[in-house]
Design a protein around this ligand. Structure first.
Ligand SMILES: [Fe+2]
Length: 377
């Protein structure tokens, strides 16, 4: 049984300039980033790289059309390296740009062609959530199918993951929170995944500890205090990435996909709405397994007894960080409860197999009902 893989080399730098020097950024590099990161951190260095701003090719989460527009606008074969500096969208796109022979990216996501690595891939995450800098997965919406598809394979692994905490200093509070809650969910789902083992748990438990400790400090000292904790959160996100790259994520991610897909709720925010309900269901279905360890770990950080109420208390704790919403607030309609639940069963088995215990259609319908009607997390 394979215990753990960690393919990319991991680096940490004080600032972008040191990274650029160390990695000798040059004219043979295509840097995919955002203008709001380029102006303060990169422009003054006068680098010879080609810079592409993701927002010029479409907004929101990645899609095949967005990727194809970037491919069409650059002769990729003239670059030796793809450097992604951004959040989940930039990273997922960059993983495709590092492949050879792609003109229509939907062919990859629909498995008509196989991914073949052509260029080196460097990833510099600028949110503290995706962990995608250490995973071999890229997810994009395939527009003509109206659905998100995942592409998984060794050729999607980055070569280098580069952590520069300073690049997160302008991350607005909601982005900081939703991305770090996503990392917390990666770690919690990884810990209870049937594929978890003592190696992956080293990373998942360390990530949970760091994130909950950080939130406790923010609750005590205020939102601005997060700026002193960026390195901790970036590392926690990276740890959670290493954990879930080896175990997968489960039902929280599965249930959030229809909400993200139909109502364009950003990934971390969508996941957050389902976190407590899913873990309460896990506890109800099997209170005596590994979940006891997770409950002890969480109770140790947020206080109170380690018992069946711990996840509700985690919900209260997180609500003080940022308020969870009712699904109806996103525009979701009552008739979609059944529809979304069916969709999860039909389309998200790749994630549901990583659930702590098997969950069935009536369980999923119940969760949507509870959250739709606005039971507070
Ligand atoms: Fe996620």
């Amino acid at each position: 049984m394979k215990m753990i893989s960690l393919k990319p080399h991991i680096y940490r730098f004080d600032d972008f300039k040191t990274f650029a020097k160390e990695f000798e950024l040059s004219g043979s590099d295509l840097v995919l980033t955002h203008e709001f990161l380029y102006r303060p951190y990169m422009e003054a260095l006068g680098l010879k790289c080609t810079f592409a701003f993701q927002e010029k090719y479409g907004s929101g989460e990645p899609s095949d059309e967005m990727i194809d527009r970037i491919i069409a606008n650059h002769s990729l074969d003239s670059f030796d390296r793809i450097i992604a500096i951004g959040g989940g969208t930039v990273i997922d796109i960059a993983k495709i740009l590092a492949l050879g022979g792609v003109t229509k990216s939907s062919e990859l996501f629909e498995k008509h062609i196989s991914p073949v690595k052509k260029r080196k891939l460097l990833i510099v995450p600028t949110t503290c959530g995706t962990g995608s800098e250490v995973t071999n997965i890229s997810i994009a919406e395939v527009k003509h199918l109206h659905t998100k598809l995942g592409l998984v394979g060794d050729s999607l692994y980055p070569d280098h993951a580069v952590l520069i905490p300073k690049l997160l200093e302008n991350l607005p509070y909601p982005f900081f929170v939703y991305s770090s809650i996503d990392a917390l969910i990666h770690a919690m789902e990884s810990m209870l995944s049937p594929k978890a083992n003592i190696y992956t748990e080293l990373y998942s438990t360390a990530a949970i500890n760091k994130i909950l400790e950080g939130y406790a400090e923010i609750l005590e000292k205020g939102q601005e205090h997060r700026k002193n904790l960026l390195e901790n959160f970036l590392i926690a996100s990276n740890y959670a990435g290493i954990a879930f790259a080896n175990t997968g994520v489960g039902a929280v991610h599965a249930l959030s996909y229809p909400l993200g897909g139909v109502y364009h709720v950003p990934h971390g925010e969508a996941n957050y709405q389902f976190l407590i309900e899913v873990f309460n269901l896990y506890y109800a279905l099997n209170p005596n397994g590994k979940i006891k360890e997770l409950i002890r770990l969480i109770a140790g950080k947020i206080g109170g007894a380690a018992d069946g109420d711990t996840f509700d208390r985690l919900g209260d704790f997180l609500n003080d960080i940022i308020k969870a919403k009712k699904l109806s607030e996103y525009g979701m309609k009552k008739e979609e409860i059944e529809l979304f639940s069916q969709n999860v069963i039909e389309k998200q088995q790749r994630l549901l197999v990583n659930s702590y215990v098997p969950i069935a259609l009536p369980d999923i319908i119940n969760i949507y009902k509870n959250l739709y009607q606005g039971v507070d997390l």
